[in-house]
Design a protein around this ligand. Structure first.
Ligand code: NDP
Length: 605
């Protein structure tokens, strides 16, 4: 998954079973749908929220009047990012006795994703008992199996208080520059608020899906109505709030571009509050049953110490097809992903069986559309024709029913996408749809250059920028250390872990980063960075692992999982570890257990 190196398009095995004709038909349908969506511009089809579109990136939640004196200080560790990754890094550092930590964030509070994403209906699709970190340590009991974004954001603030992180934080502060000062052996970081911060270790924990993107279609800047990205929801326009129904859309025609995991949560909220809703679809999501409900208090209180680590581990095992003896979470994810169907197997019969299993899962989801959506033409357009590992699967009980409402209109673009925005509407299929409020549920940059996603270009030894060092794509050890950038520790997605439960990956990364820093302090290590040889060894591990799924992914419709099916070698190096997070964590654990920083260039003194 994600930015695969150019795969051999595997010739898929011939169907063996009696219903070979149905398979052949479905396979042909998958192929046609994929072909329809392939674009020569790949990830270049999007644009970021800068220049003429900079207003899209305004923080609607922060206090615009906030002022503070610039900070000039030296700390042991500077962490950029106050989301879960940054918070967990600081918490782990404190546990190791490293307290001299400063945390910076562009956002106005802790929370990261959950600070920015306050769109109506926003929730986490991974169950709260597995997703929310450190529940045993904080003693917090989530109110529901799937927590709302508001509850998660509040939990982030609770973590900030519980672990005494607030005194460490500088919010509404954007890093503008970061340079390694060789003589001082410190990172020198400057910010939008005139701060000068020097730190021995610099941790970038800027988020995985943090930099919102807009479709690269003409006319967005000319739109005269209100327009915003889902991660910057404008409640001044819509009325209401994250926990209050929107009350200013009753006379408005609202358009929403995109039908991914975010839109699936937003559309039902728009459906019940706007006069008309136009959902512009390029590729439908696969939407299974959610079945949310309140936490069973007796059950929660009966959980034995250590339960959460076990549950997190169990969830990852189940959704990566390890098929453990018990399925503790027992939800849509764990049912749909019980069998890992995207691994390459040599036995043709087993390959055919896996393909059939994948097809059956998706057939079930397509049948669900027919069962719920009353208009047959709309139902047909809402059916996903791709494999179950191709896009993030969604689970929602109100999304499909929303299309039965007379005010909700699916504008299916037959894989081509919206063509342009006019001052008064959206053009798709050559037809203009008049719109008053336009919502972009168009996702995030994932495989663009790290400097683009960080918002600055770190400079390492001799002023070398990360963009220069990575001119042919990322080079890292475990996605964390990189050569020529001493004491820079990255928590991000390039060459690191990935999986259904992002928190599992972030928690393992934060643990690792904090361990490295604490070990360096303990052992008098002045600088640590990857060796180029270790970077190549890790790249070989990533490539080898990815071969197991490259064929599957190449057959998928384009999206951020497969880098929009563009396979240039540079972006391919953003490849994640495509095996289980548990296996990725195993690499990190073994590396730590070795005790002598294998593959790292270390200078003591
Ligand atoms: P996605 O990247 O998944 O979706 C973007 C959507 O915009 C797609 O439907 C895409 O179509 C569409 N799009 C892009 N360009 C055009 C165009 N020109 N015309 C029409 N449509 C267009 O972004 P999301 O914000 O939905 O989700 C991103 C990720 O965020 C998820 O995969 C998930 O990891 C995370 N997330 C997690 C949630 C959770 O509960 N844990 C909830 C929400 C999001 P196409 O598919 O054809 O490219």
């Amino acid at each position: 998954m994600m930015a695969l190196p150019r795969p051999e398009i595997l010739s898929m095995t011939e169907p063996q079973s009696a219903d070979a004709a149905a398979f052949a038909e479905a396979r042909e349908r998958y192929r046609r749908e994929r072909e329809k969506r392939i674009r020569p511009d790949g990830i270049a089809q999007f644009q970021d929220m800068t220049g003429d579109l900079a207003a899209f990136d305004r923080d609607p939640f922060a206090d615009p009047e906030l002022t503070r004196e610039p900070v000039d200080e030296e700390v042991e560790v500077l962490v950029m990012g106050a989301g879960f990754a940054g918070m967990l890094t600081a918490i782990n550092l404190k546990a190791h006795g490293v307290h001299d930590v400063r945390i910076l964030d562009k956002a106005g509070d802790f929370g990261g994703t959950w600070y920015w994403n306050r769109y109506p209906g926003c929730m986490c699709d991974v169950e709260s008992y597995t997703y929310l970190p450190l529940l045993e340590e904080t003693g917090y009991m989530p109110t529901e199996k799937y927590a709302s974004a508001s509850e998660i954001f509040e939990y982030c603030r609770l973590m900030g208080r519980h672990f005494d992180l607030y005194p460490h934080a500088l919010f509404s502060t954007v890093v503008e520059d970061a340079e390694w000062d060789e003589a001082a052996g410190r990172w020198h970081v400057t910010t939008s608020r005139g701060d000068h911060l020097r730190a021995r270790f610099f941790v970038t924990a800027g988020g995985i899906l943090a930099k919102a993107k807009l479709p690269g279609i003409p006319g967005i800047g000319d739109f005269r109505g209100a327009a915003f990205h889902t991660s910057r929801w404008d409640y001044d326009v819509t009325g209401g709030g994250p926990t209050e129904p929107m009350d200013r859309l009753g006379d408005k025609r609202v358009g929403i571009i995109g039908t991914g995991a975010t839109a699936v949560q937003v559309v039902p909220q728009l459906a019940t509050t706007a006069r008309e809703v136009y959902v512009f679809q390029r590729t439908p999501s696969a939407v299974g049953e959610r079945n949310n409900g309140p936490t069973d208090v007796d059950w929660f209180r009966s959980l034995e110490p250590g339960w959460q680590a076990e549950r997190i581990r169990n969830f990852t095992q189940v959704v990566t097809g390890a098929q453990p003896e018990v399925n503790l979470v027992g939800d849509g994810w764990t049912t749909a992903m019980w069998e890992d169907t995207h691994v390459k197997v040599d036995d043709p019969e087993e390959a055919a069986r896996l393909e059939r299993s994948d097809f059956e899962t998706m057939e079930g989801l397509r049948r669900r559309v027919d069962e719920i959506v009353e208009d047959p033409e709309t139902a047909e357009q809402l059916k996903p024709w791709y494999g179950k590992h191709c896009k993030r699967m969604c689970f929602h009980d109100e999304y499909l029913p929303a299309f039965n409402r007379p005010n909700v209109h699916l504008v299916d673009t037959d894989g081509r996408g919206v063509e342009r925005v006019t001052p008064t509407g959206v053009v798709a299929g050559g037809q203009e749809h008049p719109i008053d409020v336009l919502v972009f549920a168009s996702g995030y940059e994932v495989t663009t250059e790290l400097a683009s996603r960080l918002g600055f270009d770190p400079r390492g030894r001799g002023g070398l920028s990360l963009t220069e060092r990575w001119s042919d794509g990322p080079h890292t050890l475990h996605g964390v250390l990189t050569a020529e950038f001493p004491n820079l520790l990255m928590i991000g997605i390039a060459q690191a872990g990935f999986g259904t439960n992002f928190l599992h990956f972030l928690a393992e990364s934060a643990k690792h980063v904090a361990w490295i820093i604490a070990a360096c302090e303990r052992e008098g290590v002045a600088t640590i960075e990857a060796t180029p040889e270790a970077e190549e060894d890790w790249w070989a591990v990533l490539r080898e692992q990815s071969r197991l799924i490259a064929g599957y992914s190449a057959h998928c419709t384009p999206g951020y999982y497969n880098n929009e099916l563009s396979f240039d070698e540079k972006t391919a190096r953003n490849l994640v570890y495509t095996g289980s997070i548990l296996d990725y964590a195993g690499f990190l654990e073994r590396w730590r257990a070795a005790g002598d920083f294998p593959g790292a260039a270390v200078v003591t003194g």
